[in-house]
Design a protein. Structure first.
Length: 217
């Protein structure tokens, strides 16, 4: 129990390809303070919702090939953010593992459920009315959540139950992700140094018991 508590749950991840150059600095047990600059304003607005509501501190800087379109930038931000959370969680010792949220946003209602199982899976249901929100193609949200769930190693179920306005509906989803994450990463003190799995590990994570021990030194 002491072991899990003493570790500062943070990560820095950078990733550079010919398409994107991204740096993320993340603190899980933060206050929700964010500085986000992806070059896609509406996407920044959505990420700010997730990390503010999760109470994670995040600095994210992305420079992508936006002259092509926002696809690579948004997809790779998903990859980097999922990886940063996974890295900050290490071997996932003592965490609640599951989180869920029902989030109203005016006339709309979003449901988000997450399992930090180590196994990636995404179910995303939001029938958009428009093709664009701001300058952001709505098909890119699913692309984002897909790469995020893969690098995080999480089963992610996101459903907009109803609503009239695309902006409200997707914002409810991003806020719901924040609340679900906040619940799932919470240290459950009754678990002590155990992992909430009959296997004894949450498989597929990049961290390991050895790397947790290294960090706690
Ligand atoms: Mn908004």
């Amino acid at each position: 129990m002491e072991f899990a508590r003493q570790v500062r749950r943070q990560a820095q991840v950078s990733r550079k390809t010919d398409e994107t150059d991204i740096e993320a600095d993340l603190l899980l047990d933060g206050s929700g303070s964010t500085r986000i600059a992806s070059g896609v304003a509406f996407f920044d607005h959505m990420l700010e919702q997730t990390f503010r509501h999760a109470l994670f501190d995040l600095e994210l800087r992305a420079q992508g090939d936006l002259l092509v379109d926002a696809h690579h930038t948004i997809e790779d931000c998903g990859y980097v953010l999922g990886k940063a959370i996974s890295q900050a969680l290490g071997a996932r010792v003592g965490i609640a593992r599951y989180g869920s949220a029902l989030i109203p946003m005016d006339e709309s209602l979003a449901r988000v459920v997450i399992d930090l199982s180590g196994r990636p899976s995404l179910h995303f249901r939001l029938p958009f009315i428009s093709r664009l929100i701001g300058s952001c193609d709505v098909c890119l949200f699913q692309v984002f959540f897909s790469s995020f769930s893969h690098s995080l190693g999480a089963s992610l179920h996101m459903t907009s139950l109803y609503g009239e306005n695309d902006h409200h509906r997707i914002e409810g989803i991003f806020k719901g992700l924040g609340h679900a994450l906040r619940a799932a990463v919470r240290i459950d003190e009754s678990l002590g140094q155990r992992v909430l799995s009959t296997k004894g590990c949450l498989s597929g994570v990049e961290g390991s018991a050895a790397s947790m021990a290294e960090k706690s030194k």
